[in-house]
Design a protein around this ligand. Structure first.
Ligand code: NAD
Length: 242
């Protein structure tokens, strides 16, 4: 590894598994100190033991409004700075809309949209004051193409793509880059909630990607010189019929 993120402090939400963990470990590999936020305390403990001083783990249920609001000040108290903020935690609701229950819709839209917007709002004053910062958001291919097997989830990702496009224009004058990564289906626990027939089809077509594929794209975005901005990366799986 070329250690392109030495001296940087990065925060990854939902960093205890899947794409978030791959992102965190890739950034550690590049020399960053990484703060991993997740609600899964057992997984956080194992990560802390594996990576030692390279990580700070913080158990936060982002759907708890008080814990969510306290998060950014808590991190700044521990690390003093935040150079990179990767808003990644997300939930999935797929299948027919008529089968989606209120609680699942509310929790998913809250985490995938409201929490991301609030986290970015909370981290911005710190980055504006420093005149530099990178904000990355895990969106999805479902935020770019109408995916009829997941209207609730897709709506959250279209909304967050709109947020990326608009907040970026508001904060670029402060030296802050805002980018998104939009993968197709990635082999993580989230896929266990995919409709069975859709998963079988993706497997048969060989169109599932690894979390490390996403992490590599994130590292590429983060390590461009600041006069070259790569804003949104869509990871289109091969043979995906869209
Ligand atoms: P994952 O389930 O492996 O990881 C999600 C992580 O978020 C878990 O560690 C979980 O504990 C954490 N989390 C969930 N709710 C939380 C909460 N309330 N507070 C704190 N942490 C919480 O799933 P993943 O596939 O790695 O998903 C990460 C992101 O990638 C999501 O935003 C998802 O929409 C997006 N995404 C996933 C895929 C895919 O196919 N897996 C494709 C495109 C985009």
């Amino acid at each position: 590894m070329s250690k392109l993120l030495i001296g940087k402090v990065a925060v990854v939400t939902g960093g205890a598994s899947g794409i978030g963990l791959a992102s965190a470990e890739a950034m550690i590999g590049e020399g960053a100190q990484v703060v991993i936020i997740d609600r899964d305390e057992t997984a956080l403990q194992a990560i802390q033991e594996k990576h030692g001083d390279s990580v700070v783990t913080l158990a936060v249920d982002l759907l708890d409004p008080a814990a969510c609001s306290a998060m950014v000040p808590q991190i700044i108290e521990k690390t003093k700075v935040i150079d990179i903020f990767h808003a990644n935690a997300g939930l999935y609701v797929g299948g027919d809309l008529v089968d989606a229950d209120n609680d699942a819709i509310d929790r998913m839209l809250n985490l995938n949209v409201n929490v991301v917007i609030k986290n970015v709002r909370d981290v911005l004053p710190h980055m504006i004051e420093r005149g530099i910062g990178d904000i990355l958001i895990t969106s999805s291919l479902a935020g770019h193409f109408p995916t009829p097997w997941e209207p609730v989830y897709a709506s959250s990702k279209w909304a967050i793509n709109c947020f990326v496009q608009t907040v970026r224009r508001q904060v670029s004058k402060h030296g802050i880059r805002v980018g998104s990564v939009s993968p197709g289906p990635v082999i993580t626990s989230l896929l266990s909630d995919w409709p069975d027939e859709k998963l079988a089809e993706a497997k048969a077509k060989g169109s599932l990607m690894e979390a490390s594929d996403v992490a590599e794209a994130l590292i590429f975005m983060l390590t461009r010189p600041r006069h070259v901005t790569i804003r949104d990366v869509v990871l289109l799986p091969s043979q995906f019929d869209l």
